[in-house]
Design a protein around this ligand. Structure first.
Ligand code: CA
Length: 255
């Protein structure tokens, strides 16, 4: 009797075993030792796959999420923010951020399944909360492009967004300005006056006032934000400014 040896591929979801390393090489958004789990964030995807340069649309599933969702990941092999997920993209002049509370909770903007790098987009507060609830210390990255063409990147450590019971409160611990990507000195506008800081603030929208002011800052700014008082830089307004200078484009990412 002839015995036929059939090698069983231990790698799931079309993953292939790498002969040299003995490890599974996963495809798509699958990760883990047998490619049976979805990446919890862009970073987890990056460390389990070969480095790919560019922005890539990926299906991820944070630990507390009941279903996966698409995010636009920054996967460049060098520079700051490697393995980060864009959660907001806003261009000057756009009124796309004048939205209701529910729209901010669910997310809005261009359909990520057709556009990998959107020009007007918000991931949604619930998903942002889910990602920052993973067992990892995240950074909030602000990439600012000024109207004069100069760019700045600001980095806030231990970034976290709370859940619905605390109105998606934003928190971080410290600020650093990323080196090498700054052509002009940039003020840390959030911290010039404590009343401007979004730190430990709940999210507010024109139809949901959770700010510290007697008025509703989101109504006058015509946008949602983690408003403190109404002098807070309204980064999502149609005329965003930073340190007294006009902004052309704002990218916010969780890294
Ligand atoms: Ca108020």
């Amino acid at each position: 009797m002839v015995k036929i040896c059939q090698k069983v591929n231990p790698c799931k979801n079309a993953g292939k075993k790498d002969v040299a390393t003995g490890r599974c090489k996963c495809v798509g958004a699958w990760t883990g030792t047998t490619c049976n789990a979805l990446a919890r964030d862009c970073w987890t995807y990056l460390v389990n796959h070969a480095i790919e340069d560019g922005n890539k649309l990926l299906l991820i599933q944070p630990a507390i999420s009941t279903s996966p969702f698409y995010v636009s990941c920054y996967l460049h092999s060098s520079g700051s923010g490697i393995g980060s997920a864009f959660f907001a993209v806003h261009d000057r002049g756009s009124i796309g951020f004048d939205r209701t509370w529910q729209e901010y909770v669910d997310g809005f903007g261009q359909d990520l399944t057709t556009v990998t790098f959107p020009s007007s987009y918000f991931m949604g507060l619930e998903r942002l909360h889910q990602i920052t609830s993973n067992a990892k210390s995240y950074n909030l990255i602000l990439s600012l492009e000024f109207s004069d063409g100069s760019k700045s990147t600001l980095n806030y450590r231990n970034f976290k967004v709370g859940d619905a019971t605390v109105n998606y409160k934003l928190s971080y611990t410290s600020f650093t300005q990323a080196a090498g990507r700054t052509s002009n000195p940039t003020n840390n506008e959030f911290e010039i006056e404590s009343s401007k800081s979004p730190k430990n603030m709940a999210f507010s929208t024109p139809d949901r006032d959770n700010d510290q002011s007697p008025t509703n800052c989101a109504t006058s700014a015509k946008s949602g934000w983690w408003f403190n008082d109404c002098t807070t830089t309204p980064l999502f307004s149609s005329t965003p400014r930073w340190g007294g200078r006009d902004l052309k484009r704002i990218l916010l990412a969780v890294a």
